[in-house]
Design a protein around this ligand. Sequence first.
Ligand code: ADP
Ligand code: MG
Length: 326
Amino acid sequence: MKLAELGEFGLIDRIKANVAASPSVLLGIGDDAAALSPTPGQVTLITSDMLLEGVHFDLSFCDPRTLGRKSLSVNLSDVAAMGARPRHFLLGVALPKEIPLEFMDGFMAGMLEQAQRYGATLVGGDTCASKGGLAISVTALGEQRPELVLKRSGAKPGDLICVTGTVGDAAAGLKQLFAGVREGFLVSRQLDPTPRVEAGVALAEAGVVTAMIDVSDGVLQDLGHICEMSGVGARLELARLPLSDAYRAGCGDDLFALALSGGEDYELLFCIPAGKEAEVAALCAKVDLPVSVIGEITAGTGMKLTAPDGSSYTPPRRGFDHFGAD
Ligand code: ADP
Ligand code: MG
């Protein structure tokens, strides 16, 4: 069957048929708006991210299922970065008319499997035809107790700067994709990132984090946001950056460039008071995620980067900016 035969409402019904019921959803897909019942004592965190063909993804690089997973993952990562638990989401899609129905089926299968994994229910959205490329917009809603919500502001001089997992993999994976590589660890980190939901919630609930962000635009750019919002500076020790073996092998001449400025790792970057590192390591170990201390928050402004030999390091570029120079 073709998308044209199914039509807009047939497609919406097809999507709806695969969405599991949830007790918090009083009204889901099918009415003018969804009705959700909030968990008592919790606030709603809401976030939105667009993925545009040719800007955020290339259909020749990835299969529809993986794209469906990633489209949700990048939003769940923002919910996690607030220390919140994902609950619901909306999906807007603009589809080129010629896109095969199997593409949408695969895309939805990926998105809904990721949704189920992280406890989020699809409650609505919008569907229209695109005269350009494929466009995807996801709005995710999460919940947390208000006093536990983690913001970008709140970092204090003397705090330790931590990051989960490894950094630079997704950017190195993108480089490989452009070179024709289609599989392997780095490529999968680019195409199918893991939102650090369990770690984000555990860190919030432990009450040890002073500021948090997810690494979507690169460590420097995202740490820069924490510094700006917190009114502080930072000192990073590059020898402490967590780099995977695959990254070391595939990053090119400058070992630190992509790890500092490459985006899309979707790791959590956060600050904790000095002395809390063992507690935080234990907490992340419980959710099977390594965590590294990579530097320290300083008074004043500005970022100082120290290379392994003690010299100061200047990165070739800071990070991703949609309107910045290429
Ligand atoms: P309206 O015309 O009132 O905006 P629509 O016809 O666009 O409503 O949508 C009908 C129902 O289907 C709504 O509940 C909407 O949230 C849902 N919906 C539309 N597109 C999607 C989608 N891509 N994913 C999930 N739900 C969708
Ligand atoms: Mg309506």
